[in-house]
Design a protein around this ligand. Structure first.
Ligand SMILES: O=C([O-])CC(=O)C(=O)O
Ligand SMILES: [Mg+2]
Length: 543
């Protein structure tokens, strides 16, 4: 069947597909005599590759994106494994650290605490109100593992949205990077004359919540079709805002839910291989988290469904998970603790605190060790060997970003497990040759999830992003591996296939939205799976 749908980027008035207008051709004589598109792509690539510092590459690509977005996204799609570490993790981390120094021209929307009470008028200054579909919003309070970077957090919103455009075909003009300036507690920035944000201690408490309430309300009024992705808020606020707004507006938190979904997906594929080697049932996995912040607990929550999908009750699932924070194993009798840790705090242990990770491994006997601590090299040779002694194929996921904060390298994980490790990291590591075999690391980064999850939520015009939609994105990703990728021992699909993967995830997310009755594009319900996938693909913008 064919149906005519409102394009997802239109304002709803227009019912037919609108072909975007190509930019006017420059007049004769105003461009060089020979300017071939393919050769120009090579020229751009050569310029990129001639820079020896990654931050220089980042700056070059930012300029290219501004001056020639079509070329930028074309190259980005064609050279995904080369581009993502520059426009995204890990180089985007350096771009954030240095933002106030490398800044050239404004990009995105800045809303500061000084705008409280008049946020509406600031939002109204955004040039493309009708087209907005997705916004990535940060307050810079916990950028990657780099801490409070204040208004220097803007590049993270920009980087995530570049991946929405490249990876899920969201139209560039439909994206809004936002950085909220609520001050910063980063003294180095406060002392820096070049710092671009307010010189003010970071706002907390009721005034901060009032600001956020006003912001979210005005966003929903100005952009009725907008999905909001919260990014890199400090742990407490990440949970607070997700909880506060998730039933009111279409929002999700990438660090809690996106990371949770991507790790669940990798764990599903890793656990199959690990259980095949050990002969133990899938439900017997024991998962130890090193790090109990927003990402750690978000992932732990999502991993519950790994067990419940395999038949365990919620209580049984919770008992398969252990947390380590800065004081060691998290258990009830240890004393007061942050609210978000309580759910997984162990009730079955009441001895003296266990603080050493090796002692905790000895006590828990985990099959999987997940790092979300931002403590570089916390998984020492001893730790990795202890995991290998317990498991024929240990699952080790050092997930902290950027790469220098990773709990261990792929190389070390391979070496200390005699090549048996099932590995995924948050940031990219190179492949390793071990005994004549090339082993590939997984990249358990939420970049596999958020483009497809967002696209699905946008196309379904979901009123909220339900847990079932997030879970669908995760299962969609886990199921997206090809035969060849399985035979290579991969836990995640190859990133070159991002568009295909995002389309598949989006389709699953739309189905989940329909089941949960949160879809407003109800006309999509009558499509069969093939038709729905085709429709998703047809909605993608191509450079
Ligand atoms: O941006 C990334 O690479 C993943 C992420 O959300 C984070 O580390 O906060
Ligand atoms: Mg993040």
């Amino acid at each position: 069947m064919t149906i005519v749908l409102t394009p997802y980027w239109s304002n709803g008035v227009q019912k037919l597909k609108v072909a975007p207008q190509p930019p006017p051709k420059p007049k004769h004589g105003l461009t060089p005599p020979v300017l071939d598109d393919k050769i120009h792509a090579m020229r751009c690539l050569n310029q990129l590759r001639s820079k020896d510092k990654n931050i220089e590459k980042y700056i070059y690509l930012s300029m290219l994106k501004e001056q020639d977005p079509s070329m930028f996204y074309k190259l980005c799609l064609q050279y995904m494994p080369e581009f993502t570490p520059i426009i995204y993790t890990p180089t985007v981390g350096d771009a954030c650290l240095q933002y106030s120094h490398i800044y050239r021209r404004p990009e995105g929307l800045f809303i500061s605490i000084k705008d409280k009470g008049k946020i509406r008028s600031v939002i109204r200054n955004w040039p493309k109100l009708d087209e907005a579909r997705i916004s990535v919003v940060t307050d810079g309070s916990r950028i990657l593992g780099l801490g409070d970077l204040g208004v220097n957090g803007m590049p993270i919103s920009i980087g995530k949205l570049s991946l929405y455009i490249a990876g899920a075909g969201i139209r560039p003009s439909s994206t809004i990077p936002i950085c909220l300036d609520l001050g910063t507690n980063n003294q180095k920035f406060l002392d820096d004359p070049l710092y671009l944000g307010l010189r003010k201690e970071r706002l907390t408490g009721p005034e901060m919540t009032e600001f956020m309430d006003e912001f979210m309300h005005e966003m929903s009024v100005a952009f009725p079709k907008l999905l909001v992705q919260f990014e890199d808020f400090s742990t407490d606020n990440a949970f607070l805002y997700l909880d506060r707004y998730r039933n009111k507006y279409p929002v999700f938190n990438d660090d809690i839910q996106g990371t949770g979904a991507v790790v669940l997906s990798g764990l599903i594929n890793a656990a199959r291989l690990s259980s095949a080697a050990s002969g133990q049932p899938i439900t017997s996995h024991r998962i130890l988290f090193f790090g109990a912040g927003s990402a750690g607990v978000g992932v732990a929550m999502q991993l519950m469904s790994f067990f419940t999908l395999n038949g365990l009750s919620k209580d049984e699932a919770r008992e398969r998970i252990w947390l380590i924070d800065s004081q060691g194993l998290v258990f009830d009798d240890r004393g007061p603790m942050a609210e978000h840790k309580k759910f997984f705090s162990r009730k079955d242990y009441s001895g003296p605190p266990i603080t050493d990770i090796l002692d905790i491994i000895e006590h828990v006997k985990p099959t999987a060790l997940l790092g979300l601590s931002t403590i570089s090299n916390a998984f020492t040779a001893d730790v990795i060997q202890a995991m290998a002694a317990l498991n024929p194929r240990p699952i080790i996921f050092p997930l902290s970003n950027p790469v220098r904060l990773s709990e261990c390298s792929f190389d070390d994980a391979v070496k200390h497990t005699n090549g048996q490790v099932l590995f995924a990291s948050g940031s990219p590591f190179p492949a390793v040759d071990y005994n004549g075999v090339t082993l590939y690391p997984g990249q358990g980064n939420n970049m596999y999830i958020f483009p497809g999850l967002g696209l699905g939520a946008i196309l379904a015009r979901a009123t909220s992003v339900t847990d079932s939609m997030v879970e669908a994105s995760s299962l969609g990703l886990a199921g997206a591996l090809t035969e060849e990728e399985h035979s290579m021992g991969l836990l995640y699909p190859q990133v070159e296939r991002i568009r295909e993967i995002s389309a598949h995830i989006a389709k699953e997310v739309i189905r989940a939205a329909q089941k949960a009755n949160v879809d407003r594009s109800t006309e999509l319900r009558s499509l069969n799976d093939g038709e729905l996938l085709k429709l998703v693909n047809s909605k993608m913008w191509n450079p």
